[in-house]
Design a protein around this ligand. Sequence first.
Ligand code: GDP
Ligand code: MN
Length: 379
Amino acid sequence: MKIHEFQGKELFADYKIPIQKQHVCTTVEQVGVAFDELTSPVVVKAQVLVGGRGKAGGIKFTKTREDAMAAADKILGMDIKGLTVEKLLVCEAVDIAKEIYVGFVNDRNTKSVMLMVSAEGGVEIEEVAKTNPEKIIKIPIDPLVGLPAHLARNVFFKVLNDGSQVRQAADILVKLYKLYVEKDCSLAEINPLVITDDNKVIALDSKINFDDNALFRHPEYEAMADYTDDEKLEVEATERGLSYVKLDGEIGCMVNGAGLAMATMDMINLYGGTPANFLDIGGSSNPQKVIHAMEYLLNDKNVKAVLINIFGGITRCDDVAKGLLEAFKQMKVTIPVVIRLSGTNEKEGRELLKDSKELISADSMADAARKVIEAAKNV
Ligand code: GDP
Ligand code: MN
Protein backbone atom coordinates (compact mmCIF):
# COMPACT_ATOMS: atom_id res chain seq x y z
CA MET A 1 0.00 0.00 0.00
CA LYS A 2 1.34 3.38 -1.06
CA ILE A 3 0.78 6.62 0.81
CA HIS A 4 1.11 10.24 -0.26
CA GLU A 5 4.12 12.46 0.35
CA PHE A 6 2.26 14.51 2.97
CA GLN A 7 1.22 11.36 4.87
CA GLY A 8 4.79 10.05 4.80
CA LYS A 9 6.00 13.39 6.11
CA GLU A 10 3.43 13.31 8.91
CA LEU A 11 4.98 9.99 9.91
CA PHE A 12 8.43 11.61 9.66
CA ALA A 13 7.25 14.33 12.06
CA ASP A 14 6.03 11.65 14.51
CA TYR A 15 9.52 10.16 14.43
CA LYS A 16 11.20 13.58 14.76
CA ILE A 17 12.67 13.51 11.27
CA PRO A 18 12.92 17.19 10.23
CA ILE A 19 10.51 18.32 7.49
CA GLN A 20 9.43 21.66 6.08
CA LYS A 21 6.33 23.38 7.47
CA GLN A 22 3.46 22.09 5.38
CA HIS A 23 -0.25 22.49 4.62
CA VAL A 24 -2.45 20.09 2.65
CA CYS A 25 -4.92 21.80 0.30
CA THR A 26 -7.65 20.72 -2.08
CA THR A 27 -8.62 24.12 -3.52
CA VAL A 28 -6.89 27.20 -4.93
CA GLU A 29 -8.33 29.35 -2.12
CA GLN A 30 -6.85 27.05 0.53
CA VAL A 31 -3.46 27.48 -1.13
CA GLY A 32 -3.83 31.26 -0.75
CA VAL A 33 -4.53 30.83 2.97
CA ALA A 34 -1.63 28.38 3.31
CA PHE A 35 0.67 30.92 1.63
CA ASP A 36 -0.30 33.53 4.24
CA GLU A 37 0.52 31.15 7.07
CA LEU A 38 3.92 30.13 5.70
CA THR A 39 7.08 32.13 5.07
CA SER A 40 7.58 32.88 1.38
CA PRO A 41 8.80 31.39 -0.92
CA VAL A 42 6.67 28.23 -0.95
CA VAL A 43 6.63 25.08 -3.07
CA VAL A 44 3.28 23.81 -4.38
CA LYS A 45 3.41 20.04 -4.88
CA ALA A 46 0.98 17.63 -6.57
CA GLN A 47 0.03 14.71 -4.32
CA VAL A 48 -0.26 11.65 -6.55
CA LEU A 49 0.94 8.13 -5.90
CA VAL A 50 3.67 8.12 -8.58
CA GLY A 51 7.23 9.39 -8.74
CA GLY A 52 8.64 12.00 -11.09
CA ARG A 53 6.13 14.72 -10.25
CA GLY A 54 8.80 17.40 -10.63
CA LYS A 55 9.62 16.40 -14.21
CA ALA A 56 5.90 16.18 -15.04
CA GLY A 57 5.32 19.80 -13.99
CA GLY A 58 3.61 18.88 -10.74
CA ILE A 59 5.96 20.90 -8.51
CA LYS A 60 6.18 24.71 -8.62
CA PHE A 61 8.37 27.13 -6.69
CA THR A 62 6.48 30.39 -5.96
CA LYS A 63 7.27 33.72 -4.30
CA THR A 64 3.92 35.52 -4.18
CA ARG A 65 0.39 34.66 -3.11
CA GLU A 66 -0.80 35.15 -6.71
CA ASP A 67 1.90 32.83 -8.09
CA ALA A 68 1.10 30.16 -5.53
CA MET A 69 -2.60 30.29 -6.37
CA ALA A 70 -1.86 30.30 -10.11
CA ALA A 71 0.39 27.25 -9.64
CA ALA A 72 -2.36 25.53 -7.63
CA ASP A 73 -4.88 26.29 -10.37
CA LYS A 74 -2.56 24.73 -12.93
CA ILE A 75 -1.64 21.62 -10.94
CA LEU A 76 -5.07 20.71 -9.51
CA GLY A 77 -6.78 18.42 -11.99
CA MET A 78 -3.53 17.82 -13.87
CA ASP A 79 -2.94 14.29 -15.19
CA ILE A 80 0.34 12.77 -14.01
CA LYS A 81 1.03 9.32 -15.44
CA GLY A 82 -2.68 8.54 -15.58
CA LEU A 83 -3.54 9.87 -12.12
CA THR A 84 -5.55 13.05 -11.54
CA VAL A 85 -4.21 15.53 -8.99
CA GLU A 86 -6.83 16.17 -6.30
CA LYS A 87 -4.61 17.27 -3.42
CA LEU A 88 -1.71 19.67 -3.07
CA LEU A 89 0.99 20.01 -0.50
CA VAL A 90 2.21 23.55 0.14
CA CYS A 91 5.64 23.65 1.82
CA GLU A 92 7.92 26.40 3.03
CA ALA A 93 10.72 26.30 0.44
CA VAL A 94 14.30 25.71 1.52
CA ASP A 95 17.59 26.73 -0.13
CA ILE A 96 19.34 23.59 -1.22
CA ALA A 97 23.11 23.15 -1.10
CA LYS A 98 23.13 19.41 -1.76
CA GLU A 99 20.59 16.66 -2.49
CA ILE A 100 21.30 13.09 -1.43
CA TYR A 101 19.27 9.88 -1.65
CA VAL A 102 18.47 7.50 1.22
CA GLY A 103 16.14 4.54 1.21
CA PHE A 104 15.28 1.20 2.77
CA VAL A 105 13.68 -1.65 0.88
CA ASN A 106 12.90 -5.33 1.51
CA ASP A 107 15.55 -7.25 -0.39
CA ARG A 108 14.78 -10.84 -1.32
CA ASN A 109 18.34 -11.80 -2.28
CA THR A 110 19.83 -10.98 1.10
CA LYS A 111 16.55 -11.71 2.94
CA SER A 112 16.97 -8.46 4.83
CA VAL A 113 16.19 -4.78 4.76
CA MET A 114 18.58 -3.13 2.31
CA LEU A 115 19.90 0.34 3.06
CA MET A 116 20.64 2.46 -0.01
CA VAL A 117 22.46 5.79 0.05
CA SER A 118 23.71 7.95 -2.80
CA ALA A 119 25.43 11.31 -3.06
CA GLU A 120 23.60 11.78 -6.35
CA GLY A 121 20.12 12.33 -4.94
CA GLY A 122 17.28 14.22 -6.60
CA VAL A 123 15.15 13.72 -9.66
CA GLU A 124 17.81 11.76 -11.61
CA ILE A 125 18.20 8.87 -9.17
CA GLU A 126 16.53 6.34 -11.52
CA GLU A 127 19.02 7.34 -14.22
CA VAL A 128 21.91 6.93 -11.75
CA ALA A 129 20.62 3.47 -10.80
CA LYS A 130 20.62 2.50 -14.48
CA THR A 131 23.85 4.03 -15.75
CA ASN A 132 26.05 4.27 -12.61
CA PRO A 133 24.73 1.70 -10.14
CA GLU A 134 28.06 1.78 -8.28
CA LYS A 135 27.15 5.30 -7.13
CA ILE A 136 24.45 3.82 -4.90
CA ILE A 137 25.88 2.36 -1.70
CA LYS A 138 23.94 -0.74 -0.61
CA ILE A 139 24.21 -2.28 2.83
CA PRO A 140 22.04 -5.16 4.07
CA ILE A 141 20.88 -4.58 7.63
CA ASP A 142 21.23 -7.49 10.06
CA PRO A 143 17.80 -7.66 11.73
CA LEU A 144 19.32 -8.69 15.06
CA VAL A 145 21.73 -5.78 15.11
CA GLY A 146 19.47 -3.18 13.48
CA LEU A 147 21.00 0.13 12.45
CA PRO A 148 23.28 1.52 15.15
CA ALA A 149 24.26 5.21 14.91
CA HIS A 150 27.92 4.44 14.21
CA LEU A 151 27.00 2.39 11.14
CA ALA A 152 24.78 5.21 9.87
CA ARG A 153 27.61 7.72 10.43
CA ASN A 154 30.10 5.49 8.58
CA VAL A 155 27.82 5.46 5.55
CA PHE A 156 27.43 9.23 5.45
CA PHE A 157 31.18 9.86 5.83
CA LYS A 158 31.34 8.41 2.29
CA VAL A 159 28.95 10.99 0.83
CA LEU A 160 29.29 14.09 3.05
CA ASN A 161 32.40 15.85 4.27
CA ASP A 162 31.11 17.86 7.20
CA GLY A 163 30.86 16.36 10.70
CA SER A 164 27.67 18.20 11.63
CA GLN A 165 25.93 17.15 8.40
CA VAL A 166 27.02 13.53 8.93
CA ARG A 167 25.62 13.52 12.48
CA GLN A 168 22.28 15.03 11.42
CA ALA A 169 21.91 12.69 8.44
CA ALA A 170 22.83 9.64 10.55
CA ASP A 171 20.28 10.64 13.19
CA ILE A 172 17.59 10.84 10.46
CA LEU A 173 18.60 7.46 9.04
CA VAL A 174 18.37 5.73 12.42
CA LYS A 175 14.87 7.20 12.90
CA LEU A 176 13.83 6.19 9.39
CA TYR A 177 14.92 2.62 10.07
CA LYS A 178 12.89 2.59 13.29
CA LEU A 179 9.87 3.86 11.37
CA TYR A 180 10.46 1.28 8.63
CA VAL A 181 10.41 -1.62 11.08
CA GLU A 182 7.66 -0.40 13.41
CA LYS A 183 5.31 0.58 10.60
CA ASP A 184 5.90 -2.61 8.57
CA CYS A 185 7.12 -0.83 5.45
CA SER A 186 8.29 -2.50 2.27
CA LEU A 187 9.87 0.74 1.05
CA ALA A 188 10.86 4.00 2.73
CA GLU A 189 12.70 6.60 0.69
CA ILE A 190 13.79 10.17 1.24
CA ASN A 191 14.73 11.65 -2.12
CA PRO A 192 16.02 14.20 -1.81
CA LEU A 193 17.36 14.39 1.70
CA VAL A 194 18.80 17.90 1.47
CA ILE A 195 21.58 19.85 3.09
CA THR A 196 20.33 23.43 3.26
CA ASP A 197 22.43 26.55 2.75
CA ASP A 198 22.50 27.00 6.53
CA ASN A 199 23.77 23.45 7.11
CA LYS A 200 20.54 21.77 8.22
CA VAL A 201 19.52 18.32 6.99
CA ILE A 202 15.83 18.01 6.02
CA ALA A 203 13.59 15.42 4.34
CA LEU A 204 12.21 17.22 1.27
CA ASP A 205 10.20 14.32 -0.12
CA SER A 206 8.86 11.01 1.20
CA LYS A 207 7.96 7.74 -0.42
CA ILE A 208 6.54 5.09 1.90
CA ASN A 209 4.97 1.76 0.98
CA PHE A 210 3.44 -0.45 3.64
CA ASP A 211 3.81 -4.21 3.32
CA ASP A 212 0.36 -5.47 2.29
CA ASN A 213 0.95 -8.68 4.24
CA ALA A 214 1.13 -6.65 7.46
CA LEU A 215 -1.93 -4.48 6.92
CA PHE A 216 -3.95 -6.57 9.38
CA ARG A 217 -1.66 -5.32 12.13
CA HIS A 218 -2.42 -1.69 11.30
CA PRO A 219 -6.16 -1.04 11.02
CA GLU A 220 -5.31 2.68 11.18
CA TYR A 221 -3.84 2.51 7.65
CA GLU A 222 -7.32 2.03 6.18
CA ALA A 223 -8.00 5.76 6.67
CA MET A 224 -4.81 6.63 4.78
CA ALA A 225 -5.63 4.54 1.71
CA ASP A 226 -6.21 6.30 -1.60
CA TYR A 227 -6.92 3.51 -4.06
CA THR A 228 -7.39 3.81 -7.82
CA ASP A 229 -10.60 2.26 -9.20
CA ASP A 230 -8.79 -0.90 -10.25
CA GLU A 231 -7.15 -1.25 -6.84
CA LYS A 232 -10.54 -0.83 -5.14
CA LEU A 233 -11.81 -3.84 -7.09
CA GLU A 234 -8.74 -5.83 -6.05
CA VAL A 235 -9.25 -4.98 -2.37
CA GLU A 236 -12.93 -5.92 -2.56
CA ALA A 237 -12.02 -9.20 -4.27
CA THR A 238 -9.62 -10.03 -1.43
CA GLU A 239 -12.47 -9.51 1.05
CA ARG A 240 -14.52 -12.01 -0.99
CA GLY A 241 -11.75 -14.62 -0.80
CA LEU A 242 -10.50 -14.08 -4.36
CA SER A 243 -7.07 -12.94 -5.56
CA TYR A 244 -7.74 -10.63 -8.47
CA VAL A 245 -5.34 -8.44 -10.41
CA LYS A 246 -6.66 -6.55 -13.42
CA LEU A 247 -4.56 -6.44 -16.59
CA ASP A 248 -5.34 -4.97 -20.04
CA GLY A 249 -5.85 -8.06 -22.22
CA GLU A 250 -9.00 -9.59 -23.74
CA ILE A 251 -9.21 -13.07 -22.24
CA GLY A 252 -10.73 -13.24 -18.78
CA CYS A 253 -9.28 -16.07 -16.66
CA MET A 254 -10.80 -17.85 -13.69
CA VAL A 255 -8.56 -20.46 -12.14
CA ASN A 256 -8.23 -22.41 -8.90
CA GLY A 257 -4.70 -21.95 -7.56
CA ALA A 258 -2.16 -19.17 -8.04
CA GLY A 259 0.41 -21.33 -9.85
CA LEU A 260 -2.18 -22.63 -12.29
CA ALA A 261 -3.42 -19.07 -12.81
CA MET A 262 0.11 -18.00 -13.81
CA ALA A 263 0.47 -21.03 -16.11
CA THR A 264 -2.90 -20.23 -17.69
CA MET A 265 -1.82 -16.67 -18.44
CA ASP A 266 1.40 -18.01 -19.98
CA MET A 267 -0.59 -20.43 -22.11
CA ILE A 268 -2.88 -17.65 -23.38
CA ASN A 269 0.16 -15.58 -24.29
CA LEU A 270 1.81 -18.55 -25.98
CA TYR A 271 -1.16 -19.03 -28.30
CA GLY A 272 -1.25 -15.34 -29.20
CA GLY A 273 -3.91 -14.03 -26.80
CA THR A 274 -3.69 -11.48 -23.99
CA PRO A 275 -4.92 -12.21 -20.45
CA ALA A 276 -7.31 -9.62 -19.00
CA ASN A 277 -6.53 -10.53 -15.42
CA PHE A 278 -5.05 -12.84 -12.87
CA LEU A 279 -7.84 -14.45 -10.87
CA ASP A 280 -7.43 -17.22 -8.33
CA ILE A 281 -10.72 -18.41 -6.85
CA GLY A 282 -8.98 -20.76 -4.42
CA GLY A 283 -9.81 -24.35 -3.65
CA SER A 284 -13.56 -24.28 -3.19
CA SER A 285 -16.53 -25.08 -5.36
CA ASN A 286 -18.78 -22.50 -3.74
CA PRO A 287 -21.09 -21.11 -6.48
CA GLN A 288 -21.13 -17.69 -4.80
CA LYS A 289 -17.38 -17.38 -5.32
CA VAL A 290 -17.78 -18.24 -8.99
CA ILE A 291 -20.52 -15.63 -9.34
CA HIS A 292 -18.38 -12.98 -7.72
CA ALA A 293 -15.43 -13.95 -9.89
CA MET A 294 -17.55 -13.84 -13.07
CA GLU A 295 -18.78 -10.37 -12.11
CA TYR A 296 -15.24 -9.00 -12.21
CA LEU A 297 -14.65 -10.56 -15.61
CA LEU A 298 -17.97 -9.42 -17.10
CA ASN A 299 -17.65 -5.88 -15.74
CA ASP A 300 -14.32 -5.50 -17.53
CA LYS A 301 -15.26 -4.02 -20.94
CA ASN A 302 -12.07 -5.41 -22.53
CA VAL A 303 -13.00 -9.03 -21.84
CA LYS A 304 -14.19 -10.78 -25.02
CA ALA A 305 -14.15 -14.39 -23.77
CA VAL A 306 -13.50 -16.26 -20.55
CA LEU A 307 -11.35 -19.27 -19.81
CA ILE A 308 -12.14 -21.27 -16.69
CA ASN A 309 -9.26 -23.58 -15.90
CA ILE A 310 -9.81 -25.95 -12.98
CA PHE A 311 -7.48 -28.56 -11.63
CA GLY A 312 -9.24 -30.88 -9.20
CA GLY A 313 -7.01 -31.98 -6.37
CA ILE A 314 -8.75 -32.05 -3.02
CA THR A 315 -11.52 -30.05 -4.69
CA ARG A 316 -13.39 -32.50 -6.91
CA CYS A 317 -14.21 -31.58 -10.49
CA ASP A 318 -17.81 -32.77 -10.19
CA ASP A 319 -18.31 -30.43 -7.22
CA VAL A 320 -16.81 -27.59 -9.21
CA ALA A 321 -19.03 -28.44 -12.17
CA LYS A 322 -22.12 -28.33 -9.94
CA GLY A 323 -20.98 -24.99 -8.54
CA LEU A 324 -20.49 -23.62 -12.04
CA LEU A 325 -23.88 -24.81 -13.26
CA GLU A 326 -25.52 -23.26 -10.22
CA ALA A 327 -23.63 -20.00 -10.77
CA PHE A 328 -24.51 -19.83 -14.47
CA LYS A 329 -28.18 -20.41 -13.67
CA GLN A 330 -28.09 -17.20 -11.61
CA MET A 331 -26.16 -15.06 -14.12
CA LYS A 332 -26.64 -13.72 -17.60
CA VAL A 333 -23.45 -14.41 -19.51
CA THR A 334 -23.32 -13.04 -23.04
CA ILE A 335 -19.74 -13.87 -24.00
CA PRO A 336 -18.18 -17.26 -24.76
CA VAL A 337 -16.88 -19.25 -21.80
CA VAL A 338 -14.40 -22.09 -22.33
CA ILE A 339 -13.85 -24.56 -19.52
CA ARG A 340 -11.16 -27.12 -18.89
CA LEU A 341 -11.59 -29.54 -16.01
CA SER A 342 -8.80 -31.88 -15.05
CA GLY A 343 -7.94 -34.02 -12.03
CA THR A 344 -10.08 -35.72 -9.40
CA ASN A 345 -13.45 -36.85 -10.84
CA GLU A 346 -12.89 -35.02 -14.12
CA LYS A 347 -15.01 -37.49 -16.07
CA GLU A 348 -17.98 -36.96 -13.78
CA GLY A 349 -17.44 -33.21 -13.96
CA ARG A 350 -17.39 -33.11 -17.74
CA GLU A 351 -20.45 -35.33 -17.89
CA LEU A 352 -22.34 -32.75 -15.81
CA LEU A 353 -21.31 -29.88 -18.08
CA LYS A 354 -21.89 -31.75 -21.34
CA ASP A 355 -25.36 -30.33 -22.00
CA SER A 356 -24.63 -26.77 -20.90
CA LYS A 357 -25.27 -24.18 -23.60
CA GLU A 358 -23.10 -21.55 -21.95
CA LEU A 359 -19.91 -23.55 -21.67
CA ILE A 360 -17.48 -24.70 -24.36
CA SER A 361 -15.57 -27.71 -23.09
CA ALA A 362 -11.83 -28.22 -23.67
CA ASP A 363 -9.65 -31.32 -23.10
CA SER A 364 -6.30 -29.75 -22.26
CA MET A 365 -4.80 -26.41 -21.39
CA ALA A 366 -3.52 -25.95 -24.93
CA ASP A 367 -6.92 -26.86 -26.36
CA ALA A 368 -8.60 -24.45 -23.95
CA ALA A 369 -6.24 -21.58 -24.85
CA ARG A 370 -6.77 -22.13 -28.58
CA LYS A 371 -10.54 -22.34 -28.19
CA VAL A 372 -10.90 -19.23 -26.02
CA ILE A 373 -8.70 -17.13 -28.33
CA GLU A 374 -10.70 -18.30 -31.34
CA ALA A 375 -13.95 -17.53 -29.54
CA ALA A 376 -12.73 -14.03 -28.62
CA LYS A 377 -12.00 -13.31 -32.29
CA ASN A 378 -15.58 -14.03 -33.25
CA VAL A 379 -17.19 -11.75 -30.69
P1 GDP B 1 9.48 14.23 -7.19
O1 GDP B 1 9.85 14.85 -8.50
O2 GDP B 1 8.13 13.58 -7.28
O3 GDP B 1 10.52 13.30 -6.68
O4 GDP B 1 9.32 15.42 -6.10
P2 GDP B 1 10.35 16.06 -5.03
O5 GDP B 1 9.60 16.43 -3.84
O6 GDP B 1 11.51 15.15 -4.81
O7 GDP B 1 10.84 17.37 -5.74
C1 GDP B 1 11.58 17.35 -6.96
C2 GDP B 1 12.67 18.38 -6.94
O8 GDP B 1 12.11 19.68 -6.74
C3 GDP B 1 13.65 18.20 -5.80
O9 GDP B 1 14.66 17.26 -6.10
C4 GDP B 1 14.20 19.61 -5.64
O10 GDP B 1 15.26 19.82 -6.53
C5 GDP B 1 13.02 20.50 -6.05
N1 GDP B 1 12.40 21.03 -4.82
C6 GDP B 1 11.39 20.52 -4.09
N2 GDP B 1 11.16 21.24 -2.98
C7 GDP B 1 12.05 22.26 -3.00
C8 GDP B 1 12.34 23.37 -2.12
O11 GDP B 1 11.75 23.59 -1.05
N3 GDP B 1 13.34 24.22 -2.50
C9 GDP B 1 14.06 24.05 -3.65
N4 GDP B 1 15.03 24.90 -3.94
N5 GDP B 1 13.81 23.02 -4.51
C10 GDP B 1 12.83 22.15 -4.19
MN1 MN C 1 11.51 13.00 -4.91
